[in-house]
Design a protein around this ligand. Structure first.
Ligand SMILES: C[C@@]1(CC(=O)O)C2=NC(=C\c3[nH]c(c(CCC(=O)O)c3CC(=O)O)Cc3[nH]c(c(CC(=O)O)c3CCC(=O)O)/C=C3\N/C(=C\2)[C@@H](CCC(=O)O)[C@]3(C)CC(=O)O)/[C@H]1CCC(=O)O
Ligand SMILES: NC(=O)c1ccc[n+]([C@@H]2O[C@H](COP(=O)([O-])OP(=O)(O)OC[C@H]3O[C@@H](n4cnc5c(N)ncnc54)[C@H](O)[C@@H]3O)[C@@H](O)[C@H]2O)c1
Length: 199
């Protein structure tokens, strides 16, 4: 399997996006929102984006940690990919010519889910996103919070990670906790965990 999913912290990372069309702007917004420093390469200057003219492309590709190639111009896209050498490159026009893919994503609180079809069908990735969304309920979201709470607590109480794992599975399978979370009562579940851990 050539592609593996990775969650990348892009805070402060430098991103060069080649293009100024719909896809380039969509990509740029995604990275800006996540805290990256984004420069768009285009002869059109766009409001709300930091754009640089194309004759400076080489300089900005050198500057970047990640290069996103998103114009319909195959020749230009190839040129940018060559200049990027061994950098991380996303090709919006031809997946396999790059080495990172932008998947379809959704988040519910801190649960992030990405769907990728290896370039076969972005439409299906978008559709499956909605289908998977409907499988995750409030109880799951609260259980993430509860597990986080319990993990932090037991980190100080038990040195052995196998022991910690056992406890977390026990809490996950506990009937009472399930009931509390089903009722949306995270605080009660937390208090119950406190009591169990005191024993
Ligand atoms: C997930 C999402 C993220 C995003 O873009 O933000 C995304 N495409 C989305 C939508 C979408 N894209 C396209 C359609 C029209 C219907 C269709 O073609 O299916 C729709 C649907 C719509 O717009 O409604 C057309 C299209 N897309 C690519 C090509 C080039 C090619 O295939 O050659 C063409 C043909 C252009 C043409 O015909 O010329 C390529 C890629 N698009 C990818 C991601 C990567 C593969 C992901 C995967 O394999 O799962 C990859 C490889 C590039 C990459 O990694 O950057 C986003 C959904 C956002 C959401 O979830 O809401
Ligand atoms: N990844 C995806 O989700 C996805 C979706 C649709 C299309 N695509 C692909 O991404 C590419 C861009 O699609 P789009 O919808 O953003 O296109 P678009 O038509 O919206 O935008 C094209 C933009 O690219 C710029 N451009 C065109 N030729 C250029 C050149 N020679 N030099 C510099 N800039 C140039 C133009 O300024 C124009 O604004 C296409 O190859 C398309 O097949 C990808």
């Amino acid at each position: 399997m050539a592609w593996i999913p990775i969650f990348l912290n892009v805070t402060g990372k430098k991103i060069f996006v080649l293009g100024s069309g719909e896809v380039a702007r969509r990509r740029a917004k995604k990275f800006i929102k996540a805290g990256a420093e984004v420069i768009l390469g285009s002869n059109k200057s766009l409001r709300n984006f930091n754009t640089k003219p194309l004759h400076e492309m080489e300089k900005w590709i050198k500057w970047a940690d990640i290069v996103i190639v998103a114009t319909p111009d195959k020749y230009l896209n190839e040129k940018a990919t060559k200049l990027a050498k061994n950098k991380l490159v996303n090709r919006a026009d031809d997946l396999i010519k790059g080495n990172i893919a932008i998947p379809s994503v959704f988040s519910i609180n801190d649960i992030q889910i990405s769907i990728f079809t290896k370039g076969k069908s972005p439409l299906m990735a978008k559709y499956l996103k909605e289908k998977i969304k409907s499988c995750i309920n409030e109880e799951d979201v609260l259980n993430v919070e509860l597990q986080n709470y319990a993990r932090k607590k037991i980190k100080n109480l038990f040195n052995d990670h196998r022991e910690r794992k056992k406890i977390l599975y026990k809490l996950f399978n506990d009937k009472k906790i399930k009931e509390y979370l089903k009722d949306g009562n995270l605080e009660k579940a937390k208090n119950y965990v406190d009591k169990l851990l005191q024993r």
